[in-house]
Ligand binder design. Structure first.
Ligand code: NDP
Ligand code: OXD
Length: 314
């Protein structure tokens, strides 16, 4: 009985050792080497090559090694078995740090003061809005959105969210579905994207959305923070909206092409902050421990935690 590691871009041997430590009773095999396809019961994957999980007759479950699962659905021949993803408190906390950090940089106008320091200029105009004066709108109110919203609200920000289904959280203004999107955008100064990449969210961060953001905010023109997925953003629209003032700033952790190509205008645009898809790094040991717990649940006849629904795509 074996677990198949199917990944690209990550160091295989360190993952094999970790999995072996957490699952000593399983044989750990990997794509690219000879193994008995009939013995594979579980697969742990990150961006596996298309079709590589087909022809595994005993396969019971596929575990995404990340919180996002768009890489699974990129495989059109993904076997019809149970799917689960990573939910980990450490990853969640790191994402909230990222969101809070960039909202605070905006609130406290840190970019202005960095500029003034470079120019050795002392201008203290006392124009510091309070957190309660700044409206943060979070697209996606799942595991990550909920945690970030709670931490922003604890700092006093005026937070709203948009998701498929409404959320009942004290102090959080919740909007849902197509009819909720306009009102949500109209009260948003800082737009934070934490949506998964699905066919429904593809290119959703576009000019049509940015022009609906609030224009009367204390920070001036609205700002964008995207730490979800690059597939959700129309990159030409983001640049054009920064150029014409529809957006004041964009903080982007994810891109349509990663690594971000050297020729991208995002690197040099004064209104853009680029981070290399590391808003929320995962702890590999925590992920292996989670998958070991998941396999133990299956062995005991319990349902998987954090299941992925094929029909929703997340
Ligand atoms: P969840 O599955 O817990 O939450 C997803 C949220 O998005 C839910 O609130 C869901 O609505 C909402 N949603 C999905 N589709 C739609 C839609 N069409 N319209 C409106 N709302 C929608 O995911 P997580 O919070 O755990 O993670 C979110 C994403 O963050 C991941 O999919 C991944 O892409 C990205 N990520 C990025 C990382 C980074 O380092 N940059 C690290 C980890 C994750 P509902 O509540 O109604 O179901
Ligand atoms: C993830 C990610 O999905 O790193 O975990 O983006």
């Amino acid at each position: 009985m074996s677990l198949l590691i199917a990944m690209t871009g990550w160091d295989l041997e360190s993952w094999r050792q970790r999995f072996q430590r957490h699952l000593p009773a399983l044989e750990i095999v990997a794509l690219g080497e000879a193994f008995d396809r009939r013995s594979v019961r579980f697969a742990a994957t990150w961006k596996h090559p298309e079709g590589s999980l087909a022809g595994l007759p005993q396969l019971e479950a596929i575990f995404s090694l990340g919180a996002g699962v768009d890489h699974l659905f990129a495989d059109r021949s993904l076997p019809d078995v149970a799917l689960a993803r990573v939910v980990d408190p450490d990853l969640t906390a790191r994402m909230s740090e990222y969101v809070v950090l960039h909202c605070l940089i905006a609130l406290r106008q840190q970019r202005l003061y960095d500029r003034q320091q470079r120019e050795a200029t002392w201008i203290d105009d006392r124009n510091q809005p309070a957190a309660r004066d700044v409206r943060v709108g979070i697209l996606g109110m799942g595991v990550l959105g909920l945690d970030a919203a709670g931490k922003l609200m604890a700092l006093g920000f005026d937070v709203a969210c948009w998701s498929r289904t409404r959320r009942d959280v004290q102090g959080l203004a919740s909007f849902a579905g197509a009819e909720g999107l306009g009102p949500f955008l109209g009260r948003t100064d800082i737009l934070v994207n934490l949506l998964p990449a699905t066919p429904d969210t593809a290119g959703i961060l576009n000019r049509g959305m940015f022009t609906q953001l609030a224009r009367d905010g204390r920070l001036g023109a609205p700002m964008l923070i995207n730490a979800g997925r690059g597939a959700s953003q129309d990159e030409d629209d983001i640049l054009a909206c920064l150029d014409d003032g529809t957006l004041q700033h964009a903080t982007l952790d994810v891109f349509r092409t990663e690594p971000l190509p050297a020729a991208s205008r995002f690197w040099s645009h004064p209104g853009v902050t680029v981070t290399p898809h590391n808003a929320a790094m995962s702890d590999p040991d925590a992920i292996c421990a989670l998958i070991a717990r998941q396999i133990d649940r299956l062995e005991r006849g319990l349902p998987l935690e954090y299941p992925v629904e094929r029909t929703r795509g997340y």
